[in-house]
Design a protein around this ligand. Structure first.
Ligand code: ARG
Ligand code: ZN
Length: 876
């Protein structure tokens, strides 16, 4: 059990560890309910620690069996073991061997941290603080040690035994039905990167030869019978390994790299050294069961975890405040990888869509925090869009400011200086400052200040002088704990588009603007561009060069122009989206949609443009989500009004552009065998968007087309989109198709997750009852995180009208599930509770219901620290 009231931990209080672990030998005797763990820690006093400090080791939910020092058993009087720590007040020497024997119960471990069981197999999750649930240990990322792990198990129960590093020995335990394997990891690592797996698993094997010619054995372990579904993951892994060599000069450093796919996992995946453990959602794919989004998700997450080998493992974090040091950087790296493998502009658009949906929303609500927080009560609650996605944006801005070459120099210096260390954000930023000679002190505010900056831009053209002046002001809104902010460094990529649609020269005085990026540093600042013979339309924040809310004086006509002509594909997309957003905001506020002619014109042009690829068109023509409209409205939001406005606009586009969509639908029909590549996925995306627009009115032929596609589909993308279209309409075809889908995929958990999600997202007053019924469905289980997220998570996060029902029943329901789940899996419960983060935007009645639900949670005794922390911050 943990401490009841976890206290706040502050970055400013960081102290180096008092004791280090030179090496650690672990011995596991796997057993379903009584796994015996023997840990031998070679402890050594840290010269940088506090003089005379006791040995204090963390623990959580452990049964202590035996303690010995240098081979001699320890009497009960010479140590103190509480639930959360083991203290040796008087260590015998400055270096000694501490032997600890503990018992843990992996079957009873429902929180899925530490050693637990999934589908009968044993696996571990130790980041951030799971290792203390295996043995007493200085469970902090700045204690690096060399691990040797012996795993022993019944050979029938667990024929496969995997650990970190390289396999050094294996065999039968004489005279028993048990066998063992010994794994040694030569690279010093913190405990959060420890992992072991034992069980009955099928192996998909391959190999990779590194740039310097070393052969690496690759293994992906999946449930027996699922081997064929691991092919895309394996291919993604090999491409990732090559890419990191080419793009960052980083080679793999062990003889083996193993990935294990498990069906019960709190998050996406985990980068344990040489032994990545994955949510099987990010490994398994086949055309029949995985969508294009699943394929790209697999590619991205496989790459992400692999890239952690250098950014996270070889260089790790000094403390958990530095989480973005590995996560933001590694997200940036996986985004770049996917951009190189796919279409860069389309990838950027998808990433920004997700950034705005998840991170901008977080930044605008009560859970806002800096990319590097300065205080936390429960670190599990900081694996957030801000740390990950905004963290990646900060690295991207660094690259934009320094240029390709400067950025690479800084990365190289970072690897050179800090390999083998537990580093900080200061170490990271200094590497770039020192490599390029730039002062990055103001830039560092991106790590410290929370909230999304607002950039106000207006332009003035002086015909006589041939100049164009941009007047820019910036501000960062107040966020929890940060009422006032300083101006940031904002890399603003821009172009001045002339009447012919081409970029005009970008000159400040007589100097061309390097790489097309100006740096906004002051609260207010003007830029005078020269040498212009016509009034330009400014294309601002190209490629979304800075994660800011841009408010400009562009007219709707300017935007139609940019949507048609901008040389920057991101801004063509953005111009169209902005036109739509303004219509939707007005529509939601007034109940009447303004004339959509400009949008129709711009959309028609994009749809018909033969130079644009299908994936881009699909992104551009998909209207901003309800969440984005709500965030833009910022206050007094009525989700039903947002939905109604968006529906009305979809109907308008679907009917006025019916001809174009019909043509796109026909043109997108598959030719040949299914392929998950980006171009094919883009064709499917556009065709499926067309299907949705053509059925938006619920007309008989629209429904018939969706039904036909549902039945004839040869891949999951086409089938599930058709089903999603049917599900939006209250027609008899809906229930029939849902039933057929369930029967077809009954035995396929990842597909059944989609079935749950689809129903949870139906924007209908009957959905809450449907979701409640589905919780009683034999296939539903609160023990499986994917299933909980698929049903309740989707309802709370992706069904704004029903979660925020006017009668408060949606909020009350989710709060109830959070409370039930909290005793089983606090991490998943806390994440579900975080869906309330937008409640302050709501109109008073709904806001009141949400607040009441939050209070009910906050006042419940015995909450986990995870849920207590989210409830408290949400209400603050
Ligand atoms: N480091 C993992 C990643 O690649 C995330 C693990 C987080 N796990 C957790 N229980 N909070 O992003
Ligand atoms: Zn990560």
């Amino acid at each position: 059990m943990r401490d009841a009231e976890p206290k706040a931990i502050h970055l400013a209080d960081y102290r180096p560890p008092d004791w280090l672990v030179e090496k650690v030998d672990l011995d596991f005797a796997l057993h379903p309910s009584q796994t015996r763990v023997t840990a031998r820690l070679a402890l050594r006093r840290n010269p940088k620690g506090a003089a005379g400090a006791p040995v204090v080791l963390e623990g959580d939910d452990l049964t202590l069996v035996r303690l010995a020092i240098d081979g001699t058993p320890l009497a009960g009087s010479s140590f103190e073991a509480t639930g959360n720590r083991l203290t040796l007040a008087h260590p015998p020497a400055d270096a000694f061997l501490l032997e600890i024997e503990t018992l843990v119960d992996p079957t009873a471990n429902t929180q899925l941290m530490g050693l637990y069981r999934t589908s009968g197999n044993y696996c571990t999750q130790c980041e951030p603080e799971g290792f203390r649930r295996i043995t007493y240990y200085p469970d902090r990322p700045d204690v690096l040690s060399v691990f040797t792990t012996r795993i022993e198990a019944d050979k029938q129960e667990a024929p496969i035994l995997l650990g970190n590093g390289n396999l050094v020995e294996s065999g039968q335990v004489p005279g028993t039905s048990r066998h063992y394997a010994v794994w040694h990891d030569p690279w010093p690592k913190p405990s959060y990167l420890f992992a072991l797996v034992g069980g009955r698993l099928a192996k998909v094997a391959d190999s990779f030869v590194t740039a310097s010619g070393r052969k690496v054995e690759l293994g992906i372990y999946v449930e027996e019978g699922k081997e064929a579904r691991a092919g895309y993951a394996m291919d993604s892994l090999k491409r990732s390994m090559r890419w990191d060599e080419e793009a960052f000069g980083r080679e793999y450093d062990l003889d083996v790299f193993n990935i294990v796919a498990v069906s019960d996992f709190n998050m996406g995946a985990m980068e344990n050294k040489g032994l990545n453990v994955f949510n099987d959602k990010y490994v398994l794919a086949s055309p029949e069961t995985a969508t294009d989004a699943d394929y790209s998700g697999i590619e991205g997450v496989i790459a992400h975890e692999y890239f952690h080998n250098w950014t996270g493992n070889r260089i790790t974090c000094r403390d958990w405040f530095q989480l973005c040091l590995k996560e933001g950087l590694t997200v940036f790296r996986d985004q770049e990888f996917s951009s190189d493998q796919r279409s860069r502009p389309v990838k950027r658009i998808a990433d920004v869509r997700m950034l705005k949906a998840a991170q901008f929303t977080e930044d605008a609500g009560p859970l806002a925090h800096p990319v590097r927080p300065e205080t936390y009560r429960e670190i599990n609650n900081f694996y957030t869009a801000t740390v990950y996605e905004k963290g990646a944006e900060v690295v991207r801005m660094l690259k934009t400011l320094l240029g390709e070459e400067g950025f690479r120099k800084g990365m190289d210096l970072y690897f050179e200086r800090h390999d083998g260390e537990a580093a900080t954000i200061e170490d990271f930023v200094s590497s770039f400052a020192d490599a390029t000679g730039r002062d990055l002190s103001q830039f560092s505010l991106w790590y410290a200040q929370s909230g999304t900056p607002v950039l106000n831009v207006s332009g003035t053209y002086d015909e006589a002088a041939g100049t164009y002046r941009l007047d820019i002001s910036q501000s960062v809104p107040p966020t929890p704990g940060q009422p006032e902010k300083k101006p940031m460094v904002i890399p603003l990529a821009l172009g001045l588009v002339g009447p012919d649609g081409r970029d005009q020269p970008l000159m400040l005085g007589n100097t061309p603007v390097e790489r097309g990026v100006v740096e906004v540093k002051e609260a207010t600042q003007s830029f005078l561009f020269t040498g212009l013979d016509a009034r330009p339309v400014p294309s601002l924040n190209r490629g979304f060069s800075a994660p800011v809310n841009l408010v400009s004086d562009l007219t709707e006509a300017d935007r139609v122009f940019l949507a048609a002509h901008d040389a920057d594909p991101f801004n063509r997309f953005d111009a169209l989206q902005r036109i739509a957003l303004e219509l939707l905001k007005t529509g939601a506020r007034t109940g009447t949609l303004p004339a959509p002619d400009a949008l129709v014109t711009a959309a028609r042009a994009i749809l018909a443009d033969p130079a644009l690829d299908a994936a881009f068109k699909a992104q551009a023509l998909a209207l901003p989500g309800e969440g984005e409209v709500a965030r833009e409205l910022a206050r007094e939001v009525d989700p039903d009004a947002v939905f109604a406005a968006r529906k009305a606009l979809r109907v308008t586009l679907g009917t006025t552009l019916a001809e174009g969509f019909t043509a796109a639908y026909a043109a997108g029909a598959a030719s040949g065998a299914f392929s998950p590549d980006a171009a094919s996925a883009g064709r499917r995306a556009l065709r499926n968007l067309a299907l949705d627009y053509l059925a938006v009115t619920g007309s008989a032929d629209g429904i018939a087309r969706a039904k036909a596609q549902f039945e004839a589909a040869d891949n999951m993308t086409d089938r599930i989109t058709a089903l999603a279209v049917l599900a939006q309409h209250d027609v008899p075809e809906r229930e029939a198709a849902l039933d057929a889908f369930y029967r077809r995929f009954e035995r396929d958990a990842l597909v059944i997750d989609k079935w749950f999600t689809l129903q949870a997202q139906i924007a209908s007053p009957t959905t809450l009852d449907r979701v409640k019924d589905l919780m009683l469905h034999p296939a539903f289980s609160l023990a499986n995180p994917n299933r909980v997220r698929a049903l309740v998570g989707a309802f709370a996060a992706a069904n704004p009208t029903q979660f925020n029902r006017a009668d408060g029943e949606g909020h009350a329901f989710v709060a109830e599930v959070v409370l039930t789940l909290d005793s089983k899996n606090p991490q998943v419960a806390a994440r579900l509770l975080a869906s309330f983060k937008t409640f302050r935007q709501l109109e008073p009645a709904r806001r009141g219901h949400a607040e009441q639900a939050l209070r009910r949670i906050a006042e419940t005794p015995g909450l986990s620290p995870d849920v207590a922390d989210i409830a408290t911050r949400s209400l603050a």
